[in-house]
Design a protein around this ligand. Structure first.
Ligand SMILES: *[C@@H]1O[C@H](CO)[C@@H](O)[C@H](O)[C@H]1NC(C)=O
Ligand SMILES: *[C@@H]1O[C@H](CO)[C@@H](O)[C@H](O)[C@H]1NC(C)=O
Ligand SMILES: *[C@@H]1O[C@H](CO)[C@@H](O)[C@H](O)[C@H]1NC(C)=O
Length: 321
């Protein structure tokens, strides 16, 4: 009976729209349900971070650095990791984190895209502090490449953004299981909403979301996974100066000038607050989450406005206005 229904293209389509309509009709109820859960979770006690051990990758700048300070203010021990670069500020970050209240900060240079190096910094952290409570897979790069550039440039994006999170997660899970720890994943709203020329970057983030949503079933309730999906935050990754040096497409203007952005320190605080409350998904700025629903429920509508929105963004950028 079902088969007959799905084989006929008209009834097949009809069932879809009826389901959509039903969803629409009961959505006020679902909305209230969602709201109740959100309100209830905001009353959950905050995790006391004093004496806990937090490992953060990509902590020498940007949101990784700011998250290190947020954890430091809460009294956590820190292991901060970044790639070795001549101008690396990792040591200064460690120094400032100590000043802000972290009792001990270990800083380690490593390349997250190398499996062995990930094994080493996880082991070193546990050897030094005795345990591990939070793993923040933050390191990431975000170049804008269109499909016609040298395709070998795509590889490092995947290596750093995707494997650079998966490897440390693999080595950290045995330790996190012992402490009922948490994993914080740096996805991006682009993992869900796709931006032109964002192909590889956006895909690496989408891969992260898929991987960790699936891992969640394996490790919960022992280990909590918080997937962070951010919109544009004012860090160097989206400024014109940065893009000129490193990316395949030239941005004349900071994206922040044409797109609503959030201040990075407010964002870092919102993330760590959410993590300490045990949130499983964190989206900042909050309004981005509404766009996710539009994309999944009304893909054509999403494509329509995304087209207008992003093409105007790129035009504007190219004209330098
Ligand atoms: C957090 O834990 C530390 C020791 O682990 C304790 O001294 C402190 O009072 C706790 N703070 C709160 C707010 O419970
Ligand atoms: C996540 O990765 C992006 C680059 O992909 C980086 O700009 C940002 O600072 C990272 N951290 C967070 C919490 O988004
Ligand atoms: C998708 O990737 C582009 C290019 O790297 C990036 O600028 C953008 O932030 C991503 N999309 C969204 C919605 O964040």
């Amino acid at each position: 009976m079902y088969e007959a229904c799905f084989n006929n293209s008209f009834t097949n389509e009809l069932v879809f729209y009826i389901l959509l309509l039903v969803l629409f009709l009961i959505s006020p109820l679902l909305f209230v349900w969602e709201l109740i859960i959100t309100v209830r979770s905001s009353f959950r006690p905050n995790e006391n971070m004093s004496g806990k051990v937090v490992l953060i990758t990509g902590a020498s700048s940007g949101l990784g650095e700011l998250m290190a300070y947020e954890y430091a203010k809460r009294g956590a021990y820190l292991a901060i990791v970044a790639i070795k670069e001549p101008e690396s500020r990792l040591e200064q970050v460690a120094h400032k984190a100590r000043e802000l209240g972290s009792p001990d900060v270990l800083f380690l240079f490593a390349d997250v895209s190398k499996m062995e190096e990930c094994r080493m910094f996880v082991d070193d952290t546990v050897k030094h502090f005795g345990h591990l409570d939070h793993l923040v897979c933050n390191a990431g790069i975000g170049p804008i490449y269109s499909i016609d550039i040298d395709v070998s440039k795509f590889e490092p994006v995947m290596d750093i953004n995707f494997w650079g999170s998966v490897y440390p997660t693999h080595f950290a899970i045995p330790h996190l299981t012992k402490t009922n720890g948490k994993i914080i994943v740096n996805a991006s709203s682009s993992g869900v909403l796709n931006v032109p020329k964002g192909g590889v970057y956006n895909a690496s983030k989408a891969a992260l979301i898929s991987f960790y949503e699936s891992l969640r079933h394996e490790v919960s309730p022992k280990v909590t996974i918080s997937i962070v999906t951010l919109g544009f935050i004012k860090t160097n990754i989206i400024t014109a100066k940065y893009s000129t040096n490193t990316v395949g497409v030239h941005l004349r203007n900071d994206i922040g000038a044409v797109y609503p952005t959030m201040a990075p320190d407010a964002c870092a605080k919102a993330i760590v607050d959410g993590v300490c409350k045990g949130a499983t998904s964190i989206t900042q700025p909050r309004f981005i989450k509404a766009l996710f629903f539009v994309k999944f429920l009304f893909p054509e509508v999403h494509r329509f406005y995304a087209n207008i929105y992003f093409s105007s963004m790129f035009d504007k950028l190219q004209k330098g206005g």
